[in-house]
Design a protein around this ligand. Structure first.
Ligand SMILES: Cc1ncc(COP(=O)(O)O)c(C=O)c1O
Length: 339
């Protein structure tokens, strides 16, 4: 099967498995796992941040990232299509006891002006206290779109003006870094906390990191424990992450190229109504009214291709390191032969 449902479906390469097998491990709950410590140190340095914490998933690093900034009764501002709001099991409410203020905007992004208009006055005891803003880069439901750094700087300014914290869901931040040429250190300067995932485009089997100040990560350590996310000889997994950061970042360009070519091919097909701009490894498009999405997905399955309907006639393809050039050609052939 050619699996384009997500970039989370990749399997570790033999070289990654070899790196995992030779990891120097210890009990990470006691802070004694060399491979975890080295991954945490290396990633914090890469972003110019003080500290990092290895966790089992991006959901956990986001949820802990939110929790360290807020109190129950506070409000978190995010995009209406953001993962932290839509796909983390209502965690903002259940883990942090916060309400959520949703902003709209193209491709999963919003502006500094919108943010400024959605901050509750801090001296009004009727409304929740706006405390935290989260953005997603790249935006998953926004079609893998990248934020430009000037927009983030504008949002940071509004946060500074109103004493708000800023968290980044960077599940696919490395896709954005490769696509835009921005440096990790600039992101480290702009955000209070950053979550990055190793198990999406980077191809590790498990693992995410939360980056922040020593104080935030100290607090995060306690929250991770309370969520059951303290792992013991986690270095076997961390070693896969270290391998991924060393070997799988530059190659993300190949995924972006395939996605862009597929987007171009889809735009020329009569049964496709709209394709979101393709900036990284995600292609989101809408089928024409006449087309039933199950019928389209069944056609792909018959050609050995899996894709996802994210809502009704909206289909998502995600490119990743397990898709070869020959498989890409097969996908192009399959979308071309759909009637
Ligand atoms: C934008 C974004 N954030 C966070 C996550 C959560 O990651 P995980 O599946 O590791 O919990 C995902 C997962 O697909 C995602 O797409």
């Amino acid at each position: 099967m050619i699996d384009l449902r997500s970039d989370t479906v990749t399997r570790p390469t033999q070289a990654m498995l070899d790196a995992m097998m030779s990891a120097k491990v210890g009990d990470d709950v006691y802070g004694e796992d060399d491979a975890v410590n080295s991954l945490q140190r290396h990633t914090a340095e890469m972003f110019g941040m003080e500290s990092a914490l290895f966790c089992p998933s991006g959901t956990m690093t986001n949820q802990i990232g939110i929790r360290v900034h807020v109190q129950p009764g506070d409000e978190v501002v995010c995009h209406e299509l953001s993962h932290v709001y839509l796909y983390e099991g209502g965690g903002i409410a259940s883990n942090s006891g916060c309400s959520t203020r949703l902003l709209r905007g193209d491709n999963g992004k919003f502006t500094a002006e919108q943010l400024a208009q959605n901050i509750n006055p801090s001296d009004d005891s009727h409304s929740p206290l706006t405390r935290l803003v989260t953005i997603e880069n790249t935006t998953n439901m926004g079609g893998g779109s990248c934020w430009d750094i000037a927009s983030i700087e504008g949002i940071r300014e509004v946060c500074n003006l109103h004493g708000l914290r800023l968290h980044l869901d960077g599940a696919r931040l490395f896709n954005a870094l490769v696509a835009t040429g921005e440096s990790p250190k600039r992101f480290g300067e702009l955000f209070d906390t950053i979550s990055i995932c190793l198990s999406k485009g980077l191809g590790a089997p498990v693992g995410s990191l939360l980056l922040g100040t020593k104080e935030h990560i100290g607090k995060a350590h306690r929250v991770r424990k309370s969520m059951g996310g303290g792992m013991r000889q986690a270095g076997y997994l961390a070693a896969a992450g270290t391998y991924a950061l060393e070997h799988h970042v530059d190659r993300l360009r190949e995924d972006h190229d395939k996605a862009r070519k597929l987007g171009d091919a889809l735009r020329g097909l009569s049964y496709v109504r709209e394709v979101l701009p393709v900036e990284t490894n995600i292609v989101i498009f809408e089928l024409d009214d006449r087309i039933d999405s199950d019928h389209f997905l069944d056609h792909l399955i018959q050609q050995g291709i899996r894709a996802l309907s994210i809502k009704g006639k909206t289909i998502r393809f995600v490119f990743h390191l397990d898709i070869t050039d020959a498989q890409f050609d097969k996908v192009t052939g399959a979308i071309g032969s759909f009637r």
